[in-house]
Each structure stands twice: as structure tokens, then as C-alpha cells.
Design a protein around this ligand. Structure first.
Ligand code: B12
Ligand code: SF4
Ligand code: SF4
Length: 334
């Protein structure tokens, strides 16, 4: 996410992005889940996919809606407009809080008194001079549920997130190997994480989202890990076309699936990881080693290594084999 540092100046001030802008309108789109979003975490042989990724890519959905609203405004107010949803350096959360949509909770996401934690944000910039809304004040009080539930301790303090420890970052954005000490906390979350959002008491006012393109697709709920581990590049692309999941690409996704397999405690999944020990991607091979080391007895792990000792040339994968056989705990090897 180097782009964040590179665009810091433009992000801090809308006029640095577009000098003519006079007003910014923030919109929230409700994507509240109809069922308990964390229910899938208990199904260890299945994959948990974050609520926001269980159907169409929200960027596509929101962009269309923003353009429609912006077109209406441009015509009514004879003004110029630009629309943004993640696509440009815009600080959507502080702007949404300033516009009164909600406040940035201790988990840093915008919480709404009306919709709880389940709002996507989008912005319309306009040259029209509009009346300002009142900002929403902080309603977190002494609560700290979101901070305490985080499986990887990603909050160094309230209102601060260390993205390098966040499962959302690790499983979606991070291109390399996932640090050893964070793998166990990932559990079966193969794409994103909802824990800090889902435990927030303000969700008692949330309503199930009504945008059909964002409602959970049944074929994306609780997918068997064994089935996902067999996806190759073309089947991955077909399976996840149009969803946010496609952005990781097959290798990173299978890396995540192998972490979930390693965390499953289910030795019947070990053959899936064994097969991936010979995958073309070092990212995949390394996590296959980690997964078998968690599921198989040491003699079997050792035999698999011997069979590949002279073939494996990738230094990261070789290190993963050494770690798997030395019995170094993950925290120490991180
Ligand atoms: C980069 C990014 C990420 C990164 C970093 C997240 C982060 N917290 O910044 C990662 C990959 C980890 C991520 C994860 C997620 N993201 Co994201 N992400 C973004 C993105 C593209 C930029 C955010 C950004 O600028 N961060 C930079 C830091 C500096 O921002 P910040 O945390 O808000 O920092 C402020 C606070 O620390 C605050 N602060 C500091 N001290 C204090 C003290 C007090 C008292 C207060 C009040 C504030 C405060 O001031 C800072 C500056 O404003 C936005 C879209 C956008 N363009 O805004 C989406 C966005 C924030 N993500 C979103 C979502 C849905 C998620 C996930 C829920 C997805 C998932 N289910 O996996 C998780 C949630 C994780 C979490 N707890 O934040 C939504 C949030 C919607 C909402 N209602 O707020 C956004 C707005 C996308 C969208 N268009 O809807 N995301
Ligand atoms: S999304 Fe998950 S890993 Fe990231 S901060 Fe929230 S609870 Fe922690
Ligand atoms: S869980 Fe509690 S602390 Fe976290 S955002 Fe919700 S109200 Fe605030």
C-alpha cells in the first residue's frame, strides 16, 4: 500500500485533488448481512469469505449509483462533478464522519447509528456550494469489543490500525508470504475479515442490505477448502469473475486456502496440501509446507521433504521446510 504514502498530500485535502471543488457529498450504501457474518468461522473445513466479497465487486455497483446521483446534481445545480469510490486518493472515512454519516469507531471504520458497521462509502465532488451537514460525534464510549476481538492484535491503540497485522490486508493486499506468527490467527478467513465490524453493539440497528448485487451468493458461502485447493488459474478466474476475490489472483488465494487448511486440524485435508507441495508457485509451495507440518506426523513431513530436497530451489520454500522440521514455533520464526 505504498500508494498511501505517495498520495498523502492529495488525500488530506479534497482541493489538492481538484482545486475547483467547493462541496463533497458522502454516500453510504448498506450491505448489512442477513445472517450472522461470523457463523462460518466455526466450520473449519470450509472457507470464510468476508461479507463484502460474497457477491459483485462493490466498486462496480457503487460507481454506477454515484454517477446517476452526480448526473442529477450536475443538471440541477449546473455544476461540475466527479465521483470517487476507492479509485482515487480520497479520505472517505474522515469525510463521511464530517458529513454526519457516522463516526470513525475505535476500529477506524465508520459506524452509523442507523446501519451499524455495514456501509460502503462513496464520494461526489462538486463545484456547487452546498450547505454543510453537522459532523457525527463519537458514540464508542467505554466499549472496546472490536479491539479485543481482533485475532491478530492489529490495534496498537484505539482508533489506530496496524494494517500489516490486519487479516484483511494480509489475505487481500499482501503479495508475499504471510508472516509465520500471524498465520494461526487467520483461522479459515481466506479473503478479508469482519470480526471487528461484526461485534459492534451498534449493529443492533443494522438492517439487511437490499441491493441484490451485494446480497450473499449461495455458491460463495462456506466453500469447502478441499474444493478451493484444486482451483487452477482458469477455474479460479471463472469461479470468482465479477467478485472482489478475483483481485488476489489464484496463487495468493491458494496461499490463503492453505493457511486455512493448516488451521483446520483436519488431517483428511492433508492430501490437498501434499499435492500443492509441487505447485509452480513458490508462494503456494511454502504454505503447503506449513500446512502439512500442522497436519501430519513429523516422519511423514520429513519424507516429503527428502523427496524434494534436490528439486526445491526457492530460498523461501527451503526456509519453510527447515522451519517445519526444526520444530521452531511460529512466533519465534516470524
Ligand atoms: C487502505 C484501506 C484499507 C487497509 C487499511 C485500513 C485502514 N483502517 O485504514 C486495509 C486493507 C487493512 C483495509 C481493511 C478493511 N477495509 Co478498507 N479501505 C482502505 C481505503 C482504500 C483507504 C483508507 C485510508 O485512507 N487509510 C489511511 C488511514 C490513515 O486512515 P484511518 O485509519 O482512517 O486513519 C485515521 C484514524 O486513525 C484517525 N485517528 C487517529 N487517531 C484518532 C483518534 C481519534 C479520537 C479519532 C476519532 C480518530 C483518530 O485519523 C486518521 C486520519 O483520518 C478505504 C477507501 C478510501 N479511499 O478511504 C477503504 C475503506 C476504509 N475500507 C473499507 C472496508 C469495508 C474495509 C474492511 C471492513 C474490509 C474487510 N471486511 O476485510 C476492512 C476493515 C479493517 C479495519 N478495521 O479498518 C470501507 C469502510 C467503510 C466504512 N463504513 O468506514 C472503505 C471506506 C472502502 C469503501 N469505499 O467503502 N482497508
Ligand atoms: S478486519 Fe479482522 S484482522 Fe483486521 S482489524 Fe478487524 S478484526 Fe482485526
Ligand atoms: S465495537 Fe465498540 S469501540 Fe468498536 S466501534 Fe463499535 S462501539 Fe466503538
Amino acid at each position: 500500500m505504498e500508494w498511501m504514502a505517495e498520495t498523502a498530500e492529495r488525500r488530506s485535502d479534497p482541493q489538492a485533488l481538484w482545486p475547483e471543488v467547493r462541496s463533497v457529498i458522502l454516500l453510504g450504501l448498506n450491505y448489512g448481512p442477513a445472517e450472522d457474518p461470523l457463523a462460518g468461522l466455526a466450520l473449519k473445513d470450509r472457507a470464510s469469505i468476508s461479507v463484502y466479497a460474497r457477491n459483485r465487486d462493490y466498486h462496480d455497483v457503487i460507481k454506477g449509483k454515484l454517477k446517476e446521483a452526480a448526473g442529477f446534481l450536475a443538471a440541477k445545480a449546473s455544476s461540475d462533478v466527479k465521483v470517487f469510490v476507492d479509485t482515487a486518493p480520497v479520505m472517505e472515512k474522515p469525510l463521511a464522519a464530517a458529513a454526519g454519516l457516522g463516526w470513525q469507531g475505535k476500529h477506524t471504520v465508520v459506524v452509523s447509528r442507523e446501519f451499524g458497521n455495514w456501509l460502503f462509502l462513496g464520494a461526489i465532488f462538486t463545484t456547487a456550494e452546498l450547505l454543510e451537514d453537522e459532523p457525527e460525534r463519537d458514540h464508542c464510549g467505554s466499549c472496546r469489543r472490536c479491539l479485543d476481538v481482533c485475532p491478530t492484535n492489529a490495534f496498537p491503540a484505539p482508533y489506530q490500525l496496524d494494517a500489516r497485522r490486519c487479516i484483511s490486508y494480509l489475505t487481500i493486499e499482501h503479495k508475499g508470504h504471510i508472516p509465520a506468527d500471524l498465520r494461526e490467527g487467520i483461522g479459515n478467513r481466506v479473503f478479508g475479515c469482519d470480526d471487528c465490524l461484526a461485534v459492534c453493539p451498534w449493529n443492533k440497528f443494522a438492517q439487511a442490505g437490499r441491493e441484490a448485487r451485494l446480497v450473499q451468493r449461495d455458491d460463495l458461502a462456506a466453500l469447502p477448502l478441499a474444493e478451493l485447493a484444486r482451483l487452477d488459474d482458469p477455474t479460479f478466474r471463472t469461479r470468482f469473475a465479477g467478485t472482489p476475490i478475483k483481485r488476489t489472483g489464484r496463487d495468493r488465494f491458494i496461499r490463503n486456502v492453505l493457511i486455512a487448511i493448516g488451521n483446520s486440524g483436519d488431517a483428511s485435508l492433508a492430501p490437498e496440501a501434499v499435492r500443492l507441495l509441487d505447485d509452480a508457485s513458490p508462494l503456494v509451495r511454502a504454505m503447503a509446507v506449513w500446512a502439512i507440518a500442522r497436519l501430519l506426523p513429523a516422519e511423514e513431513v520429513s519424507a516429503h521433504r527428502e523427496a524434494r530436497r534436490d528439486i526445491e530451489t526457492d530460498e523461501d520454500v527451503r526456509r519453510e521446510w527447515r522451519r517445519a522440521l526444526s520444530g521452531i514455533p511460529d512466533e519465534a520464526a516470524a
